[in-house]
Structures are given as structure tokens and as C-alpha cells.
Design a protein. Structure first.
Length: 396
């Protein structure tokens, strides 16, 4: 999906916010109708019936009729597709959309119009708002048939064209790389490379803490609270943009350099589950678990694997993560005491010493390397697969 930054005028922004409100209202009505369904009852209204009901509602309510019928119908079509994905088991059940958090709408059909104004400026047609400018930071995708316009919490508008991403061809070198994802080091490769996702600088973190304290003191519903929330959202957006940029560059680099990319099959949603517990059975170390959850999300574990699967389809292998951090990649001995610290691993059997994350990445690679070689002759691992035990000098 190709996304571009939009720059609407104040009048266009008001009309686009109205489209967002209409699309969100129609979506929430569809969610409410679906919530009434129970086993044994008639099925909830489908897309065609909901469109008929929307026509009746537009005839009664002037504020709904003031919006675009195509945008409102597209919100219903998006909900129908979301329910189909839920029943197929590929996505979660559609939930309520909230103002200020879920701001967006899709433009398709006869309203789909795009034109290039200059080398760096383009325009898209928004019903009842006219031509809205956006920055051409990359070439326009010619095969796109629809675009979605969104507004994030920092107040920025974007237009995203729905196109299938083009896969990156394999280099043909036959190399396999293991990828270990962590918190202190975001990604460790079996080649020995250590990559860390960028975040906020120390000065930005200090400002974020000040703003959060100021938000706690602000009165709900006040203009001061709204200004502080916007300032926090802009800092969060800056952090998110840096992480996404790092994920895109890292995934592209891995897809271009290696024929097979091996990662752990981590259940991230289970790993970041809250530890608060209940009133009857409260959790333990809740504050520490919350910090760990934030660190996992900041490292971009899920985003990286998702983008790798998009750019290198069929070349991403997921393996069981059991004992990858405790096994020696040189002799294969599993020893939980061999990891001396977060960053240091030393085997007490053969004396092999290495960075703990790199050792885990090599175990991840070796788990799939044997199957890969058997299935596809010519594949080779990135780096020596078997290493001689290295002597370790022990201090007396």
C-alpha cells in the first residue's frame, strides 16, 4: 500500500472530518446490528439490506444526507469484508470505531480520480471537498483502483492507494539467515549483525514525561487537555514513523540479501497480554510486565515479520522458539546457566563464547537449515554452520 501525506485546506479538512464521522457512524450501526445476533435468531442484515436501510435513513436525516452516499456505502462494504475475514478465521471480530482514533474513509468507483500537478505534487478527488493536494514522495501506482484517506492522532492527513506489494526477487545466492528478535537488541542476525529499532531521543523522552504529568493534571474536556494530548500524539507519531522506516529498510535489506529468512514463531499477542489480573486474583509485577510489553511493541517484532512476508513471500520460515537462547550453536548442548548476562553467552561444555542474541539467531537458522538443504539443494547458511570450540580464558 502506497501512502502519501495530504495537505487539505481548512475548508476541505472540515468536509473530510464530516466524511470520517459519517463513515464511522455507519460502521458502528453495522457493528450494533451484528451484536444483536444470537444462535437461533435470523442472520444480521447483509450488505444489500444495509444499503437499503441507509437510503431510508438518508431520506429522514438531513445531516446524514449532507455526506457522500458512496463513502457511506463503502463503509458498509468494508464492514461486510471485515465480517467475512472474521468468519474465515484470518482477522478479529470488527469492533466499535471511536472519534479521534479511527478517522478515515475510502473512495472508490466513479469518485476515484487522481492527477499529477507537478513533479512533487499530486491531487486526489474527495466528494464534496474537491481536489486535495498531496506530496508525491514516490511514483503513483498505476494499478490502484481505490484509495483510503485517514487522519492520525497527530492531526496529519494521508492518502493510501490500495495496491498489492511487489515481491523482492531472491538473490539466488542460496544463503539462509536466522533472525532473533529481542528487547535490548531489536534484531540479531546469525551473521553477527545487531540492529536496534530507533525510538525517541533522551530529550524527547523527558518532554514526553513532562507532557504526561501535565495531562494527568488537566481537566477533562478542557482546551488545555486537548493541546497536551495533541503534543503527546505528535511525539508518539514521530516515534512510530522512525520505527516504520526502520522496519521497511531492514525488511528490504534482508529480502535482497538472503534466499531464506528464518524467524521464531512467537505468539506476540499472548506475550504482551496484561498482567493486572482481577480483583480476586491480582497479578504480580504488573509495572515490570507493562514496561516489557511497551518494549516489545517498540521493537517492532510483528511489523518486521509481516513486511518480510510481503516482500519475500514463501521465503520466510517460522520455527519453534524453544531453547534457542539456551542451546550452544557450536556443540548443541542445552544449558540454562550458559547465558551469563543479557548480552553474553558462554558454553560450559565446549567453551564457545558469543553474543547471546547472535547465538540464538544461529540456533534459529540451524533449526531450518537442515530441512532447507534437503528440500532445496544449493542453499547454504549465512556463515559457518559448524564452528570449532573456542578456548575461553578463565580468570583465577
Amino acid at each position: 500500500m502506497s501512502r502519501f501525506r495530504m495537505y487539505p485546506t481548512p475548508q476541505q479538512e472540515q468536509q473530510m472530518l464530516l466524511h470520517c464521522a459519517h463513515a464511522r457512524y455507519v460502521w458502528n450501526l453495522a457493528v450494533e446490528q451484528q451484536s444483536f445476533w444470537r444462535p437461533g435468531r435470523r442472520s444480521a442484515p447483509g450488505f444489500a439490506e444495509q444499503c437499503r436501510q441507509l437510503t431510508e435513513a438518508r431520506a429522514v436525516f438531513d445531516w446524514l444526507r449532507a455526506g457522500s452516499v458512496n463513502i457511506q456505502q463503502q463503509a458498509l462494504r468494508d464492514f461486510a469484508q471485515a465480517m467475512a475475514n472474521y468468519f474465515a478465521g484470518t482477522h478479529r471480530r470488527p469492533t466499535w470505531r471511536k472519534a479521534g482514533r479511527h478517522e478515515g474513509f475510502r473512495v472508490v468507483g466513479k469518485d476515484y480520480r487522481v492527477r499529477k500537478v507537478s513533479r512533487k505534487v499530486g491531487e486526489v478527488w474527495v466528494p464534496k471537498a474537491g481536489w486535495v493536494r498531496f506530496r508525491l514522495s514516490r511514483p503513483l501506482p498505476p494499478e490502484a483502483k481505490s484509495y483510503r484517506i485517514t487522519r492520525d492522532r497527530a492531526g496529519r492527513w494521508h492518502v493510501a492507494f490500495a495496491v498489492a506489494p511487489h515481491p523482492i526477487p531472491a538473490p539466488g545466492t542460496g544463503e539462509i539467515v536466522g533472525v532473533d528478535r529481542g528487547v535490548a537488541v531489536s534484531v540479531a542476525l546469525s551473521t553477527g549483525e545487531l540492529l536496534t529499532a530507533p525510538g525517541l531521543r533522551e530529550t524527547e523522552k523527558a518532554r514526553l514525561r513532562r507532557l504526561q504529568r501535565k495531562l494527568a493534571r488537566a481537566k477533562r474536556g478542557s482546551n488545555r487537555r486537548a493541546r497536551v494530548k495533541l503534543a503527546i500524539a505528535r511525539l508518539r507519531a514521530r516515534e512510530s514513523d522512525r520505527r516504520k522506516d526502520w522496519v521497511e529498510k531492514t525488511s528490504t535489506d534482508l529480502a535482497r540479501r538472503f534466499d531464506m529468512i528464518v524467524v521464531e514463531d512467537l505468539k506476540i499477542s499472548n506475550m504482551i497480554r496484561s498482567a493486572k489480573g482481577t480483583l480476586d486474583a491480582p497479578g504480580r509485577n504488573v509495572r515490570q510486565k507493562s514496561g516489557l510489553n511497551r518494549s516489545i511493541l517498540a521493537a517492532g517484532w510483528g511489523q518486521l515479520v509481516t513486511r518480510l512476508e510481503h516482500k519475500a513471500p514463501g521465503r520466510v520460515v517460522k520455527v519453534n522458539p524453544a531453547y534457542t537462547s539456551q542451546r550452544c550453536s557450536a556443540c548443541g548442548i542445552v544449558d540454562r546457566e550458559a547465558r551469563e548476562s543479557q548480552a553474553r553467552y558462554r558454553c560450559r561444555s565446549c567453551g564457545y563464547a558469543a553474543n547471546a542474541d547472535v547465538n540464538a539467531a544461529r540456533n534459529i537458522r540451524d533449526t531450518a537449515a537442515g530441512h532447507a538443504v534437503a528440500a532445496r539443494e544449493g542453499l547454504r547458511v549465512a556463515g559457518p554452520m559448524h564452528r570449532e570450540p573456542q578456548p575461553v580464558l578463565l580468570s583465577v
